[in-house]
Design a protein around this ligand. Structure first.
Ligand SMILES: *Cc1c(COP(=O)(O)O)cnc(C)c1O
Length: 765
């Protein structure tokens, strides 16, 4: 805590300077609205961005403390589910590094994503408690608050509407400084916490009704109490809608107040404000901004809609139909009656101007994707393939009407956390070659390509990977009680557990490999360690079964003397940012095996390739662009393409046919079905295996053989360590384009028309 507070002191100056510079230069500000910020620990980031690592180490040593123990004591702030939340965190880092004035707006959940443990192989969930010790980086700002209403009715008189909410909460701000590389610019992550409007009902208390006395308080606090643990969307839940409105309204009110405080004309809003919606969760921003412009600032409705649209942009993250948010109109009428009126007007205006436009209101539901699209001046996908699919599928009709609105911004990752921070061994090696400028200019890694035939450098590159693998083996030994061989291939799949991500296919391949190793013990097998990590949404039964099966198979395989020293399976519980930082630098092989067309981008894929892992993957999401950059000869490609997937799914009995054609797969499915891995409960996986035969929506069976064969190709390449290392180096050296600095420059140029104030540019020049 002391170390954090000392660092925090240093951050404040640059933070205040940045705010002043923004005000003096009347710079446009970017407002990034996201329901999730998966930030992880901050202390090492802060230390390295300020360039104070040596000083911090010395100071801790002088106090008789171990630096590494201290920095690992910080709780991992898991205010997000996965990729979407982590993207928001990487973007905050890049915005600050580029000196673009920005606020991140979100919710200060009391409890982040649940903690995962395994009880006899099954996932169990415990509440997460990151605030049980004081969060050192945040500043509570009790003077920054907004009243957020819910429910009630709307009255109309003299052409003016007035919303009379019948309940409400107060949003209060907690600010965390986000300081960029070299500590030159500081932005704000502002997270809202819900407080009761009337904290306490003294009358009830005096009457002795103690429960009623604190009822409003309890109700208010539930709004920012807990993150919904589904990485797609929880549909129809009133509390979720209230969370979305709560943080969006507070953020819009906050930026409007800032605009008015700075005495700009309300009609100049788009010159000063760019609002980015991270998915549809904050899509109520459109109607809310229109409401405030019309009801509070007297702007005529059609003009308000046009003004709001010039401020707003929307990022689409998924094509999965179950993840596209829809809300019952009846729920909206009850919770946000004025917004429902405004949405009807937006719909009417759209239908008048573009007859036959897809409806926002349909079958008694409000479709948030259509709402976000219609209210945004730009809509972006998150990888080249995904953006094309957005144009062809979910928003095909809207794209025809607004052919220039959809643009692509391929995701990226911050090299500060995902190489400089998490991989000191590789960082040191690169610094020796290139100096440190690559950290904020990742394309400089290209210079490493020249080293791919330099045997001395390759040896050093291998040594860096090996030391990371040894460190990981020690940690796995301690936490999972499984001994690993650091010279085996570390094959890693870490991400949320989802059918489309196909952890099941990876596991089936593992069982098939185990079978062949047992059948043919004299072959020169490449030793493998299969590492899984990830959480399943608590209500996602099938995903939880897959976790159970991985643990069941691990128990049997790890105990088998026949494959000892050749095959191990580990699944350390509670995958989070901190664990990713530990696992990724030690990976040889990165599993990016989603059904083509289903993963919008992926960012895990980028982290692995940057840290010198080879990818085994499908042509999905950003895998396509990663392969283009690193070279097809340095990437293990397999599987059906997105259009082949669509065709195959139309063929009657496609999965039964695929299984029939693959004796290897048949055998594995038979073993699981018969209870070889669950002898205490032999029927445990009947449902799961039956699903593969009859409803294999994600084409596990169809891609299995191609995946298995490609894995064996990887085995052979791994047997030539120099060659493998030189391919891995080509991955690291080619990943510069995937820096989130490049992504943010793209947003700033194509969507926000925002720039760094000249002073920041001068300072970073
Ligand atoms: C990067 C990251 C993700 C996203 O991983 P994908 O493989 O792209 O799904 C999810 N969770 C954590 C903790 C991450 O760091």
């Amino acid at each position: 805590m002391a170390l954090s507070l000392v660092l925090r002191d240093r951050l404040v100056d640059v933070w205040i300077d940045s705010t002043r510079t923004t005000e003096t230069n009347s710079s446009k500000r970017v407002y990034y609205l996201s329901m999730e910020f998966l930030i992880g620990r901050l202390i090492e980031d802060m230390i390295s961005n300020l360039g104070l690592e040596a000083e911090a180490r010395d100071a801790m040593e002088a106090l008789g403390q171990q630096y590494d123990t201290i920095v690992h004591d910080e709780p991992d702030a898991a205010l997000g589910n996965g990729g979407l939340g982590r993207l928001a965190a990487c973007f905050m880092d890049s915005l600050a590094t580029l000196g673009i004035p920005a606020f991140g707006y979100g919710i200060r959940y009391e409890h982040g994503l649940f903690e995962q443990s395994f009880v006899e192989g099954e996932q169990a969930e415990q509440p997460e408690t990151w605030l049980s010790q004081r969060h050192a980086w945040e500043f509570e700002r009790p003077e920054v608050h907004h009243s957020i209403g819910f429910g009630g009715h709307v009255s109309h008189s003299d052409g003016r509407a007035t919303w009379h909410p019948d309940s409400g909460v107060v949003a209060t701000a907690f600010d965390t400084p986000v300081v960029g590389w070299k500590g030159e610019w500081g932005n704000t992550l502002r997270l809202w916490s819900a407080k009761p409007i009337t904290p306490f009902d003294l009358d009830s208390f005096n009457r002795g009704d103690y429960l009623a006395a604190s009822r409003s308080e309890a109700l208010a606090r539930t709004i920012s109490r807990v993150l919904y643990p589904d990485d797609t969307t929880e549909n129809g839940k009133e509390l979720r809608l209230k969370q979305e409105y709560f943080f969006t309204a507070a953020s819009i009110m906050d930026l409007l107040r800032r605009h008015m405080d700075e005495q700009y004309d309300i009609r100049a809003l788009p010159d000063h404000v760019a609002i980015q919606l991270n998915d549809t969760h904050p899509a109520i921003a459109g109607p809310e901004l229109v409401r405030l412009l019309v009801d509070e600032h007297g702007v005529p409705l059609p003009e308000a809609i046009a003004l709001a649209r010039r401020c707003l942009a929307y990022t689409n993250h998924t094509l999965l139909p179950e993840a596209l948010e829809r809300w019952p109109e009846s729920l909206f009428a009850r919770v946000l009656p004025r917004h429902l009126e405004i949405i009807r007007v937006i719909e009417e205006a759209q239908q008048t101007e573009f007859p036959g436009s897809p409806c926002i209101l349909e079958h008694g539901e409000i479709r948030m994707g259509e709402l976000a699209f219609v209210m945004a001046h730009k809509v972006n996908g998150v990888s080249a393939l995904h953006t094309e699919l957005v144009k062809e599928t979910v928003f095909a009709d809207l794209h025809r009407i607004h052919p220039k609105r959809i643009v692509n911004q391929t995701n990226g990752i911050t090299p500060r956390r995902w190489l400089h921070g998490c991989n000191p061994a590789l960082r040191g090696l690169i610094n020796d070659q290139l100096g440190e400028a690559w950290v904020s200019d990742l394309e400089q890694l290209t210079a490493l390509k020249a080293k791919r035939t330099d045997s001395e450098f390759i040896a050093a590159f291998q040594q860096a990977k090996r030391s990371n693998k040894v460190a990981l083996s020690n940690w796995i030994g301690e936490t999972c009680g499984v001994a690993l061989d650091p010279d085996a291939m570390f094959d890693v799949q870490i991400k949320r557990i989802h059918e489309y991500k196909r952890q099941l296919m990876n596991l089936l391949e593992t069982v098939a490999l185990w079978n062949e190793m047992r059948d043919d013990p004299d072959r020169d097998w490449t030793p493998r360690v299969k590492i899984f990590g990830g959480k399943a949404a608590p209500g996602y039964v099938l995903a939880k079964q897959i976790i159970h099966l991985i643990n069941d198979v691990a128990r049997v395989v790890n105990a088998d003397p026949a494959t000892k020293g050749r095959l191990k399976i580990v699944f350390p519980p509670n995958y989070n940012v901190t664990m990713a930082e530990r696992l990724i630098p030690a990976a040889d092989l990165s599993e990016q095996i989603s059904t083509a067309g289903k993963e919008a981008s992926g960012t895990g894929n980028m982290k692995f390739a940057l840290n010198g892992a080879l990818t085994i993957g499908t042509l999905d999401g950003a895998n396509v662009e990663i392969r283009d950059h690193v070279g097809s000869e340095n990437f293990f490609l397999f599987g059906l393409t997105a259009s082949e997937v669509v065709d195959r799914r139309r063929q009657h009995g496609f999965s039964r046919n695929a299984i029939e054609a693959s004796p290897r797969l048949q055998r594995v499915l038979g073993q699981i079905f018969e209870g070889l891995f669950s002898p205490e409960d032999p029927y445990r996986y009947h449902g799961l295996i039956g699903m593969l035969y009859d409803h294999d929506h994600f084409l596990v069976t169809c891609d299995f053989d191609s995946y298995y064969d490609t894995q064996r190709r990887a085995d052979i390449v791994f047997q030539n360590p120099q060659n493998w290392a030189s391919m891995a180096l080509m991955n690291t050296a080619s990943m510069g384009w995937f820096s989130s600095d490049r992504t943010i420059r793209g947003y700033a140029r194509d969507i926000w028309q925002a720039d760094a104030p000249s002073s920041a540019l001068e300072r970073s020049a």
